[in-house]
Design a protein around this ligand. Structure first.
Ligand code: PEP
Length: 263
């Protein structure tokens, strides 16, 4: 069992920043994070940025040319390798750009683009098959929280997304717990509530895939994470990082969240 899971702080840029703006943003972030990511093991943090598809090649080139410690991520992909899927991008195409992490099942994709649990499951498997790591998003609506069904919703989504995966694959995954009512609203789950649901995600994995993968799986919290609340959230034992939307567009704020997440 690991002494410490390395926190992963991921910036989901959503449909923001053209490729010129993306280049400036990643360069500024790298400058602000200089010396912070390659320090001592016990304080290590991993940072990924998830630009829109049109920015990926530009950001990849910047990361590799300037040898940044930042890792490239994507926001979405299809599960098929190639074919007649107008508008889609395949996991093979992302892997070719050295993408390391791909978000699967973000609530905006589930709600606005009708992504189902089954689609998320197929995507997660395809992302893994191409050597990348899925960040599988789960979380309840406000109505579900108020009805007391958070537990059922989250455990159901975790089981459905990971169904059929081997234990060692599950142990390397990232699950992001994102209460939908906290995304982009300025409302954050309390650190206690976030910890309770992140622990539930881990317990669901222990139940279905065993203790070993549940101990290594990383569980992020997402939903209005800001420099002012990051340290408290990250201090909880089952929260292994954050998926950050709005605050990741401002390099100073995102760097402050990374700084707050160091052990
Ligand atoms: C997100 O998009 O995953 C997210 C958590 O957004 P925000 O940080 O803006 O709430």
């Amino acid at each position: 069992m690991p002494d410490r899971r390395t926190p992963l702080i991921s910036g989901n840029w959503k449909m923001h920043l053209n490729h010129f703006e993306a280049l400036q943003t990643v360069q500024k972030l790298s400058y602000l994070l200089d010396g912070l990511l390659d320090g001592d093991e016990s304080a290590a943090v991993e940072v990924s940025v998830h630009p829109p598809f049109t920015d990926l090649r530009t950001v990849q080139t910047a990361i590799e040319t300037d040898r940044m410690d930042i890792v490239l991520g994507a926001q979405h992909c299809h599960w098929e390798e190639v074919g007649a899927f107008t508008g889609e991008v395949s996991p093979a195409m992302l892997a070719k750009l050295n993408v390391a992490y791909v978000i699967a099942g973000h609530s905006e994709r589930r709600e606005l683009f009708a992504e189902t649990d089954e689609m998320v499951r197929r995507k997660a498997a395809a992302i893994l098959a191409h050597g990348m790591t899925p960040i599988v998003c789960v979380g309840e609506t406000l109505a579900e929280r108020e009805a007391g069904s958070t537990e059922d919703k989250v455990t159901g989504q975790v089981r459905a997304a990971l169904e059929g995966l081997a234990a060692d694959a599950v142990g390397g995954l990232v699950v992001a717990y994102e209460p939908i009512w906290a995304i982009g609203t300025g409302r954050t789950a309390s650190a206690e509530d976030a910890q309770a649901v992140c622990a539930l995600v881990r317990a669901t994995v222990a139940d279905g895939w065993g203790q070993q993968p549940s101990a290594t799986l990383r569980v992020q919290y997402g939903g209005s994470v800001k420099p002012g609340n990051a340290a408290e959230l990250m201090s909880r034992p089952d929260i292994d990082g954050a998926l950050v939307g709005g605050a990741s567009l401002v390099s100073e704020d995102f760097a402050a969240i990374v700084r707050a997440s160091r052990g």
